[in-house]
Design a protein around this ligand. Structure first.
Ligand code: C2E
Ligand code: MG
Ligand code: MG
Ligand code: MG
Length: 292
C-alpha cells in the first residue's frame, strides 16, 4: 500500500519535501475533480487585424476557479496537468466548451468567428486526437473551418516526419493550424515550409522588448518576413502598446493579440465586444491610458 511504501521511503525525505509532495498530490486530486465540480472556466481573448480593422478570432484560455485557491492561472496547473495526464480531459473539455460557445454566438448573435484552442504536447500525441476533435465538432455543430488549433513550436517541431502526418489529418478535417510561442524553439526554419501549417504566432517575449531591443526587433522582423514569403499568416501575441503595434505593422504584421486590444474575458463580455465591432474597440483603447 501507499502507506507501506511511504514508511519505507520516509527516511530519505526531509519534512519540507514531504510537504511539497503532499501539496502537489492534494492539488492533483483537486484538479482531478475540477471538471466534475464545474470549476473550470474558459476565457476568450479576441485577436484583431489592424489593417482590415476587424476581429479575426478568439483564443480560448482555461482558468481554474477553485473554492479555496481562487482563480488559478494555467501557468500554475498546466505543468501538473501535463505530468498527471489530466491535461487530456481538460483540453477536451475546453475544446467542447469553446466549440459550443462559437456555435451559440453564431446562432444567437449572428457572429461568425473562428475559435482557437490550445492543444497540449500530450494531447497532440494521442492516437485518437483527430477522432476527439471530430467528435467535438459534430457534437456542437461547429464547422471545422471555424476551429483553429494552437500547438507550441517545441511540440510541432519535434518528430517532424510523424507530426506532418498528424497535422495533415487535422488539416484534412478542415481545421487550421497555428504554431504557438514561435521563435522560442530554436527550430530549423526550413521545417516550416514542410509542415502543413497556416499561421505562426510570434511569442510574447519578443514582442515585449521590441521597442528597446534591436535584437528582438531583428528576430521579429525576420519571422514576419519569412512567414510572409512562405505565405503563412503571422500574428504577434502580447501586444500591449501603440509603439509595439506601429513597429509590428511596419514590419508587415497586421494580426495582433494582446492586452492593448483585449484581455482574456468571459464569454458574455467577449460577445459584447465582438458585437460592438472593431471601431468601438479602437475608440475605447484611444481614451484609456495604456498601462505601463
Ligand atoms: P498561450 O497559448 O501562448 O496564450 C497566451 C497567454 O498570454 C495567455 O496567458 C494570455 O492571457 C497571455 N496574454 C495575452 N495577451 C497578453 C499581453 O498583452 N500581455 C501579457 N503579459 N500577457 C498576455 P494564460 O491565459 O495565462 O495562458 C498561459 C498558457 O497556458 C497559454 O499560453 C497556453 O500555453 C496555456 N493554456 C491556456 N489555456 C490552455 C488550455 O485550455 N489547454 C492547454 N493545453 N494549454 C492552455
Ligand atoms: Mg495559445
Ligand atoms: Mg501563444
Ligand atoms: Mg505564449
Amino acid at each position: 500500500s501507499a502507506k507501506d511504501a511511504g514508511r519505507g521511503c520516509f527516511q530519505f525525505y526531509s519534512n519540507e519535501m514531504n510537504a511539497k509532495a503532499l501539496q502537489r498530490l492534494r492539488m492533483e486530486n483537486e484538479l482531478r475533480k475540477a471538471i466534475e465540480n464545474q470549476e473550470l472556466r474558459v476565457l476568450y481573448q479576441p485577436k484583431v487585424d489592424v489593417e482590415k480593422r476587424e476581429f479575426i478570432g478568439v483564443e480560448a484560455l482555461v482558468r481554474w476557479e477553485n473554492p479555496e485557491r481562487g482563480m488559478v492561472s494555467p501557468a500554475e496547473f498546466i505543468p501538473l496537468a501535463e505530468e498527471s495526464g489530466l491535461i487530456i480531459d481538460i483540453d477536451h473539455w475546453v475544446l467542447k466548451t469553446a466549440c459550443a460557445q462559437a456555435v451559440e454566438w453564431q446562432q444567437t448573435l449572428g457572429i461568425e468567428i473562428p475559435v482557437a484552442v490550445n492543444v497540449s504536447a500530450l494531447n497532440f500525441k494521442q492516437d485518437d486526437l483527430v477522432e476527439q476533435i471530430q467528435k467535438a465538432l459534430s457534437m456542437t455543430g461547429l464547422p471545422p473551418s471555424q476551429l483553429e488549433l494552437e500547438m507550441t513550436e517545441s511540440v510541432v517541431m519535434r518528430d517532424v516526419e510523424e507530426n506532418t502526418v498528424r497535422l495533415n489529418k487535422l488539416k484534412a478535417m478542415g481545421a487550421s493550424i497555428s504554431v504557438d510561442d514561435f521563435g522560442t524553439g530554436y527550430s530549423s526554419l526550413s521545417y516550416l515550409k514542410r509542415l502543413p501549417i497556416d499561421q505562426v504566432k510570434i511569442d510574447r517575449s519578443f514582442v515585449r522588448d521590441i521597442e528597446e531591443s534591436a535584437e528582438d526587433r531583428a528576430i521579429v522582423n525576420a519571422i514576419i518576413a519569412m512567414a510572409t514569403s512562405l505565405k503563412l499568416d503571422v500574428l504577434a501575441e502580447g501586444v500591449e502598446t501603440d509603439e509595439q503595434t506601429r513597429l509590428l505593422k511596419q514590419a508587415g504584421c497586421q494580426r495582433l493579440q494582446g492586452f492593448l486590444y483585449a484581455r482574456p474575458m468571459p464569454a458574455e463580455e467577449a460577445a459584447a465586444l465582438l458585437k460592438a465591432g472593431f471601431n468601438k474597440l479602437e475608440a475605447a483603447t484611444a481614451t484609456t491610458p495604456s498601462e505601463v
